[in-house]
Design a protein around this ligand. Sequence first.
Ligand code: HEC
Ligand code: HEC
Length: 630
Amino acid sequence: MFLRSVTALCLGALVSFPSFVHAGASNSLMDVLPDGMLLVANPDNGTVTVVDTAAKKALREIKVGDKPEGVAWIGNGPLAAVTVFREDVVAFIDTRNGKVVNKLKVPNEPYGIITNKNSTRAWVTHDYPGTVTEIDLKEQKVIGEHKVGAFIRGIALSPKEDRLYVTEFYTGILHAVDLKDYKVVDSWKGHSTDNLCRNVVVHPRRPKAYLSHIRSKVDVIDGSGSIFPQLSICDLVPPNETRRRTSIGMDTYNNLHVVTNPWEAALSPDGKRLYTIYAATNDMNVNAVIDDDYKEIERVGNAIQIGKLPKAIRVSADGKQVYIYHTMDFSVGIYDANMRSQGSVKVCDPPKTPEWVRGKVLFSQAFQPMTGPRWIACSSCHPDGLSDGRVWRNPEGLRKTPSMFGMAHTHPLHYSADRDEVQDFEYTIRGRLMQGRGLVPGAIKPKMGFKPVELDEPLAGRSKDLDALAIYSNSFEFTTLSPHILAPGKLTETAERGKKLFFSKEVNCASCHSGPYYTDSSLAVKPFKLHDVGTGKDDPGEKMGPKYDTPSLLGVYRTAPYLHHGTAKTLRDVLTTCNKGDKHGKTSHLKSEEIDDLVDFLKALPYEYPPYETPNTVKYRVPVKKEEKD
Ligand code: HEC
Ligand code: HEC
């Protein structure tokens, strides 16, 4: 351990780094060539747009599949590689004619992608299960998959191309992976509250990595104390064992001008400038990189207002232009190095419906009418409808942030079923957490204590914006299946045995986890069904238990920890240590192998596509097209 860092230090001092940033060396929705050809991945449209930045023109838009999350040029083009997150493929595209030349099957949830300089290799991060794959670009073949951590998203290549640096989405941990044997040789852990880190950039000359992320302070439910914007800087050649990672609060950094949801950063090719973008306040910073190990960066001027929901930034090879993808303007802004606008290029049409787009805009913004203090957006805790992986100490007790997938079919909402429509989140917007003006004109019934007044206050149809927020929130569907199955509809042998137990009269899981979404939640039966499954006594701060709404079980393979208070770290815990009295299905008589089988079945959900329409499906959602249904 010690020996290795000493060796690394000597090497770092002796070897000079190449003095340019190879564009594809860190993950992003954009990548740019020295000649100015820019690729832009549009996750909501399923396309990649080729932009000629010199002519300020979009040349073509290429259909690649459901939710592209990363794009990288291969050498100087014309081929490029795109990770298609929800289809588990890397699409190879020919940018001259707009053709997809190959769809390479890769492991689950490909997210970030980078390529090396001589175009022989690409590396891809896989969010779940937390692996990195190595791809041979000549053969267009996966040549290895390596477990690196949990929920791996960000990826960057060291200037010497001997290491990968990757980030964990839910912890912000940076791992160094040695490319000789794919061992994790070093890790930089930040604060225990570090969260949502999906990008890392490495300095071209100095051994530094820059990570954009937030901090989620789960014990504080307050508009100005729950979420913080951070930029963490890691010393890749640790000078000593103690000071290896610094984190700058980008709010105080900006003289208390709050910026929200730091999303990505980019370095100028000479490494003298760092550009940081903030997705929820639609602004950015230009920073001078200081060649020291203390101050690290210095703000050049104030935060600069940019377009809506900026999610990617790149600098041209000559350092003279900066490109920012304003995802909810559907355009790329072109700027000079000092952020003077030189125009913008439209890259795609708004997807789905205008209401969905409006809903996403509101969901992702940290300013009025959603919130006053500017620290929080709905998306800070529900990124792209996923969980933030946290258990929050809400006034009513500990509450885990649920995933929103399938939510249109599983109303009522909240563990306590105290909300029957997404429009009820007007109460969240106006409450202590968001402190926003709200979207509905006039007053709403005051909330006193924990009485579910939301249920007596119909809010749907009273504000176009609030309805749009509901339409966006209800839009996340299970269009992908669990990676823990053999084929669609086909379970492994153990999961098949688990399924029998699950549906058996004796174990009785299906009495509550029923129907295609594995929940008996229903808006039709009033008062709403709640069950005491023996989980209500564990949290002394609980104010609304001990009965809870049955959660859906689809997708639980990737949503640990479990139960409303997150006490169960694994699915096995749900069925064993957290079910001592057999109140949560009868499990105490099961042999250890039978519990394993049951867990394997839970991990296989969904193993077939659940319906888009059930008797319990709500009205406020994107209309389902006929061909998508079949
Ligand atoms: C600080 C983190 C945080 C923020 C910010 C936040 N939420 Fe949540 N959200 C949670 C947690 C935790 C729960 C679970 C609460 C419960 O079940 O009682 C939740 C539950 C929900 C649910 C119910 C899901 C279900 O299936 O029951 C919806 C819908 C929702 N949030 C929408 C929103 C919207 C809209 C916003 C912005 C106005 C928002 N949230 C802001 C943490 C957050
Ligand atoms: C009496 C109704 C009922 C029965 C029977 C039941 N559950 Fe549940 N289940 C619930 C409720 C309610 C919760 C939420 C409890 C909480 O969060 O404290 C839950 C939570 C869960 C969770 C955690 C989900 C998450 O995302 O946190 C899992 C997994 C689960 N149940 C699996 C099972 C299995 C497997 C069985 C059969 C052994 C079973 N349940 C039987 C009602 C039931």
